[in-house]
Design a protein around this ligand. Structure first.
Ligand code: ATP
Ligand code: MG
Length: 439
């Protein structure tokens, strides 16, 4: 491994690396150049540099600078400062946002210094600006701590990131991985996410703690975990990520009720519903179809809902009421762990609520369900359940045919047609019927 010391980062000149300005978005280049022309240091950092070096297209571009957020704002009209704990500048170009962060310090000294506070080893405040080196060393993985310098197009490597990139290895910066995970337990989730996204191995010293430190995730604000879950499971590699999270016992920290269900077979069958749901979401993302957190969380929490629902039915509750109770229970138990915003939690519960209703398809009901704003999602959900062998595939087929059918065929399917015929027949033979006799 490459030895790096505090004073001498590895500097790779322009001629010896693969990054060219053609790989960087025009807007990111504008930001970099304007900072440089304003007399500041400016670097492309993080996932942008990593992904270009791997020959991938970066998701977004992050910039690091020695300019303070206020100085950045003075340079850009289209700039907003965000964040209270650590101020960041967002430079807006239509839909693209370039995030500009001032070098952050405090990545090295673990003891508090008045500004940087630790609670149970977790950083709760780090609002100190720092040097470029400090900024590099407080980052998570070595491959995320490479700097592309717009002043001379070199790449700067303080932490052996280039070696790790070549080796396909995820390694936390610093000597003690446990400490780094304790500072910010979300790094455990990031390890899993990058392992899947990049196809990298997690260095063994960084992998071992994943099995034992998962409980630290309970200290993370539930709203942050919601965002992380989306990055983990709704960016196209959900199935891989889910399996790895389970492997390290991290899934159990995020979704304990579901994990508990998955650990027990259902009537001697392993439960594959979540796997199928995530594979389905991955496929939709690949096909550039829309996905929604409401559906994702409906999938993730379905097992406990379904089992509770079944128990309540066995207890003689009516289906709709049983579903209401089961889903309310699952949702409220999850909120303190992973906070699902209302705008997703409500449609999630509607998807569940529609499941028993989809089983009743006589008369006028199916027409009403079809116009329900959540019908499409609920139907997709039903397809998944059928695929997992949890409901009769005939039911799912029925709904598929019903949507495709014309008015007459629909009436046949719901029994409306035969009712109508019977009524007409009765009307055309008034003398024979006893209706007339009664009037
Ligand atoms: P991607 O955007 O492709 O998911 P990324 O590496 O750019 O990956 P971001 O979440 O955009 O990830 O973060 C940008 C950079 O900020 C990271 O590359 C890393 O250097 C640093 N960083 C982000 N989160 C943490 C963290 N929890 N601890 C330490 N450094 C972090
Ligand atoms: Mg990024």
């Amino acid at each position: 491994m490459h030895e790096t010391t505090r004073d001498s980062p590895l500097v790779i000149p322009r001629s010896e690396h693969q990054i060219s300005r053609a790989n960087i978005s025009e807007n990111a280049l504008k930001v970099l150049y304007r900072l440089k022309d304003g007399g500041y240091q400016a670097y492309l950092v993080g996932g942008g540099v990593r992904d270009i070096l791997l020959g991938r297209e970066p998701k977004d571009f992050d910039v690091a600078t020695d300019a303070t957020p206020e100085e950045v704002r003075r340079l850009f009209r289209n700039c907003r400062l965000i964040g209270r704990r650590f101020r960041l500048a967002h430079v807006h170009f239509g839909r693209e946002i370039i995030e500009v962060a001032t070098f952050r310090g405090g990545g090295r000294d673990e003891d508090t210094d008045g500004e940087r506070h630790l609670r149970n080893g977790m950083i709760v405040r780090d609002n100190l600006y720092g040097t470029r080196e400090e900024d590099a060393l407080r980052r998570d993985f070595s491959v995320n701590a490479l700097y592309y310098n717009i002043a001379d197009f070199s790449v700067i490597d303080y932490a052996g990131g280039l070696d790790d990139l070549r080796a396909g290895r995820l390694r936390l910066i610093g000597k003690d991985p446990q400490t780094r995970y304790r500072e910010d337990p979300v790094r455990m989730l990031r390890a899993v996410r990058f392992a899947c996204k990049l196809g990298f191995n997690i260095d063994s010293s960084c992998e071992q703690p994943l099995f034992t430190l998962g409980h630290l995730l309970r200290d993370i604000p539930p709203a942050r975990l919601f965002e992380e879950v989306l990055k983990l499971l709704q960016t196209g590699l959900g199935l891989c990520t889910f399996e790895k999270l389970r492997h390290y016992g991290l899934f159990a920290q995020l979704f304990p009720a579901t994990d508990e269900c998955l650990n027990h077979e259902d009537q001697d069958f392993p439960v594959t519903f979540v796997n199928r749901g995530l594979a389905n979401t991955d496929r939709r993302i690949q096909e550039e179809k829309p996905v929604t957190p409401a559906f994702l969380f409906a999938v993730l929490l379905w097992e406990p809902v379904r089992r509770r629902f079944a128990a309540l039915l066995a207890d003689d509750r009516a289906a709709n009421e049983a579903m209401l109770l089961a889903s309310g229970n699952a949702a409220s138990r999850e909120q303190p762990l992973v906070a699902i915003p209302k705008r997703f939690a409500l449609p999630m519960r509607e998807i569940w609520a529609m499941q028993p209703r989809l089983e009743q398809h006589e008369g006028k009901r199916p027409y009403r369900l079809l116009t329900h704003p959540r019908f499409r999602a609920a139907y997709d959900f039903l397809l998944l359940r059928a695929e997992a062998g949890e409901v009769d595939s005939e039911l799912a087929d029925w709904w598929t045919r019903f949507q495709e059918a014309n008015g007459r065929a629909r009436a046949e399917m719901t029994g409306e047609a035969t009712k109508g015929r019977r009524r007409r027949r009765r009307r055309s033979r008034p003398a024979a019927g006893n209706e007339t006799a009664g009037t």
